[in-house]
Write a protein that binds this ligand. Structure first.
Ligand code: ZN
Length: 79
């Protein structure tokens, strides 16, 4: 049984980096979800934030993480 630490998937939560006046998101607040493999990123939407959008990441065609689903991702985060 694989543990959280053994996961082979790599995604990053990217903070806004811009002022709240620009986009309504605090400068340190998570804003993008990014694939570490191909660099694709997608805006995190909604109050739940982390529960969204990994399925919509615009991966490169040959990205090894293309098949990773949000369900898998959520399992990694919840623990
Ligand atoms: Zn990718």
């Amino acid at each position: 049984m694989r543990s959280f630490a053994d996961t082979e998937t790599h995604f990053a939560i990217v903070p806004s980096g811009s002022q709240p006046s620009a986009d309504g998101v605090s400068i340190t607040e998570p804003k993008f979800l990014r694939c570490d493999e191909c660099g694709a990123q997608v805006r995190i939407d909604g109050p739940e934030g982390y529960t969204t959008t990994i399925d919509n990441l615009p991966h490169e065609r040959n990205c090894p993480q293309r098949g990773v689903t949000s369900q898998y991702f959520e399992e990694q985060l919840v623990r």
